[in-house]
Design a protein around this ligand. Structure first.
Ligand SMILES: C[C@H](NC(=O)[C@@H](N)CCCCN)C(=O)O
Length: 477
């Protein structure tokens, strides 16, 4: 009987696509705030007298890397994954969204106060209070948005397993990319509209996130209703999560290949995006006000392509091959960016569009591949562990690039602001691409050995599904 209800509910397309829209909107808000400071790097580095905050490249690198501080060092993401598997998607998602709100509020507070220019020395480095408070806020926000990310992945598996799972994940990522695209493209305009205010766009982000919380609350109501109908609450999951599951996950080679591919690939994209507006100004001579426009095309390209490739994976399979193609493209693109003579904006445009394709290929195949390697009751923890490994890159790479820029890449000063040569940073990103390619090849090999089914379609044919249901009904008299 339970299975029959489950079947009926899982057939309700409207319900599951509405759920997707609700949680994807929350993620859109989260990603908007994650990336909104990138196009303001130039203004942040403008001296205080000129209306900026007077940060150095190193300061900007520190702030950007704060995103991963608590996730990486205090293992917040891993605790988040454990909470997710123990407490379920509703509790964890609400908790994560509230953490995001607190973090953005603190970041806004830090940026909108100058604390009379006071500084403090931590671990031998000097921090202005504005930088420190804003970074702390961003670090707290980073915990929230990452836990929300794993929660949403689990929600999609819960509602879409055996259906259009990769398409749904692709669409969720597409919405998240709208957030990134808006952050990069629109923030400088918002800033200008409010008299070059850096804090005002953050406040707008905060308001948007509160609407994101409301959207998640509507999801909670729907999800609760579904579980009540199924007479199968999250707390009564058949095989609850055990602490020892962490060890069983990390003892799998397949898990490590996905985690390493994830950290290497994403380290060459998200941190790159944080510096892309500055690259456009320094290498391609684009006006600071418009420096976000070309980079913003990357996430907007993802909006169409990630669901497209997700759908392809659902129907045709070839997940491991898709990841290899994406990694090859990544190497080519960053290598081209690193060549100093290629400095025409048309080349920047072409490369960003290509990066949009590469950055659609890998995520659209990688995330839906995780449930093929890891059992569902350990999925929250597995996604959390993958995100944790990835956060080392999201934290460390912007910091590294900030240091490299200030130490090796300054070519001069204009209005007291440094100008940079981006050759070395782009070569660093190319190296990440090469390593990602090697791991993608190893993953395909492991799939052949272990038979995870990464090259197989996700959508089960009706005959196969009928067989599974019949087997389940026999097992449950
Ligand atoms: C689904 C995936 N999300 C992540 O990888 C997050 N850990 C990183 C979020 C960083 C946001 N700038 C994705 O967005 O592809």
């Amino acid at each position: 009987m339970t299975q029959q209800i489950q079947r009926k509910l899982s057939e309700s397309k409207t319900a599951r696509w509405s759920v997707l829209a609700l949680v994807a909107f929350t993620m859109l808000c989260g990603y908007f705030i994650t990336d909104m400071m990138a196009p303001l790097q130039d203004l942040l580095q403008t001296p205080v007298g000129g209306g900026g905050l007077g940060w150095s490249g190193d300061d900007y690198g520190k702030f950007t890397s704060a995103y991963g501080w608590f996730n990486v060092f205090f293992l917040m993401l891993i605790f988040g994954g454990m909470i997710l598997d123990k407490m379920g998607v509703r509790f964890t998602g609400l908790m994560a969204t509230c953490i995001m709100i607190v973090g953005v509020f603190i970041k806004w507070f830090g940026i909108s106060h100058n604390f009379d220019g006071a500084t403090v020395t931590i671990l031998g480095t000097e921090w202005g209070y504005t930088l420190l408070v804003a970074s702390l806020g961003y670090a707290i926000f980073g915990v929230g948005v990452e836990i929300a990310g794993i929660t949403v992945s689990k929600i999609i598996v819960k509602w879409f397993k055996g259906k259009e799972m990769a398409l749904a994940m692709g669409l969720e990522m597409a919405c998240a990319r709208i957030g990134t695209g808006l952050a990069i493209g629109v923030t400088p305009l918002l800033c200008k509209a409010f008299n070059n205010s850096i804090s005002m766009p953050i406040l707008i982000g905060l308001i948007l996130l509160c609407i994101g919380l409301l959207s998640f609350i509507v999801f909670v109501v729907m999800d609760k209703r579904r579980d009540e109908e199924l007479e199968n609450t999250e707390e009564e999951a058949e095989e609850p999560f055990r602490f020892s599951d962490i060890f069983s996950i990390i003892s799998m080679k397949g898990f490590w290949y996905v985690a390493l591919l994830c950290v290497l690939f994403y380290s060459a994209v998200f941190p790159f995006l944080k510096y892309a507006p500055s690259l456009m100004i320094n290498k391609f001579g684009i006006d600071p006000e418009w420096s976000g426009v070309i980079p913003a095309l990357l996430p907007f390209g993802n909006i169409l392509l990630t669901p497209f490739f997700g759908n392809l994976y659902d129907r045709k399979g070839k997940g491991a091959t898709i990841m290899i193609v994406g990694a090859i493209m990544l190497v080519f693109i960053h290598f081209m960016f690193s060549i100093p003579a290629l400095n025409n904006w048309v080349i920047a445009l072409g490369l960003i569009l290509l990066l949009g394709i590469a950055f659609s290929l890998v995520p659209s195949a990688m995330w839906p591949s995780v449930p093929k390697i890891i059992p569902e009751n350990k999925l929250g923890t597995a996604y959390a562990l993958i995100f944790w490994v990835q956060n080392w890159g999201l934290m460390g790479v912007p910091y590294l690039i900030g240091k490299v820029l200030d130490k090796y890449c300054i070519t001069g000063y204009v209005n007291e602001k440094p100008t940079y040569d981006y050759t070395i940073p782009m070569m660093i990103f190319t190296c990440f691409g090469i390593l990602a390619l090697m791991i993608a090849l190893l993953l395909k090999r492991e799939d052949r050995i272990k038979g995870y089914g990464l090259e197989l379609p996700n959508i089960k044919k009706p005959e196969e599904e009928a067989k599974i249901i019949a087997e389940e009904m026999i097992a449950e008299p």
